[in-house]
Design a protein around this ligand. Structure first.
Ligand code: ADP
Ligand code: MG
Length: 256
């Protein structure tokens, strides 16, 4: 049975997509079967996995609207070793079209149930909003991974996300929990980051992952080659951190 995780944070540019594709590649490297679902109309996780979003005949949009199955719409990310249910700009329209449909927040969940036996992990890259798309992600998932930069305003945005997750847990999906906060783009030389990191540990305790993802330019360069950093430059510090994180995830979900 697949364990399904949303990579969510309503802020943009905090490292959601980088976390999704590199965790996927790290998990694939240690033998896990992984599906990445791109729920962001920007399609960055799709492109960053080496799948051309402009050339996709079917995407997650068709799956949400019920005109295609996951099996029909997914594509292999050949070099990274996982499957991708891609997205492109078309997905921006889904928000409006979904409102008319029955079970509008559970469409992705229903579609993923069919491929449950094919994967160990499904990773859902959420858009930077708490929208109906994100809600579809949260209703499908067993847990949420929250990438965050250790900056002054990081904690402020977190409370909105935590409240949303609590509400979804109470009303729509009893399985949902925060799996953990992942510190990303971390630079220990910056005192403020070290302080915020300590605060996170103090507040959230074991909900903060042990692995810390450093700021590493190779992770930022990789998407332009259509590769996760883990595949683009396996020896880089960023890639190694994501492989460590993949191991930590496998450990953390044991018994879940
Ligand atoms: P989001 O999906 O939350 O909008 P991204 O994963 O696209 O965020 O990251 C935003 C930008 O930061 C991208 O240009 C990405 O390449 C870069 N980035 C993400 N993580 C790192 C990191 N650990 N080191 C350096 N650059 C990073
Ligand atoms: Mg993104």
């Amino acid at each position: 049975m697949a364990k399904i995780f949303c990579i969510a944070n309503q802020k943009g540019g905090v490292g959601k997509t980088t976390t999704t594709v590199n965790l996927a590649a790290g998990l694939a490297q240690i033998g896990q079967r992984v599906l990445v679902v791109d729920l962001d109309p920007q399609g960055n996780a799709t492109m960053g996995s080496g799948v051309d979003k402009r050339a996709l005949p079917l995407t997650v949009y068709d799956v949400l609207l019920g005109s295609a199955s996951v099996a029909e719409a997914r594509r292999p990310s050949e070099k990274a070793g996982y499957d991708v249910l891609g997205a492109n700009r078309e997905l921006a329209g889904a928000e409006v079209e979904l409102v008319e449909l029955e079970q509008r927040d559970k469409r992705l969940k229903a579609a993923l149930a069919v491929v449950d036996a094919s994967y160990d992990f499904v990773l859902i890259d959420c858009p930077p909003s708490l929208s109906l798309l994100t809600l579809n992600g949260l209703c499908s998932a067993h847990g949420v991974i929250v990438p965050m930069q250790c900056e002054y305003f990081a904690l402020e945005g977190l409370s909105d996300l935590v409240n949303t997750i609590k509400q979804v847990h109470a009303n729509l999906n009893r399985d949902l929990q925060i799996i953990g906060l992942l510190r990303v783009m971390y630079d220990p030389r910056i005192t403020l980051q070290a302080q915020v990191s300590d605060q996170l540990k103090a507040h959230f305790d074991d909900k903060v992952f042990n692995t810390v993802i450093p700021r590493n330019v190779r992770l930022a360069e990789a998407p332009s080659y259509g590769l996760p950093g883990v595949v683009f430059d396996p020896a880089s510090k960023g890639a190694q951190a994501f492989v460590d994180f993949a191991r930590e995830m496998v450990e953390r979900i044991r018994g879940m």
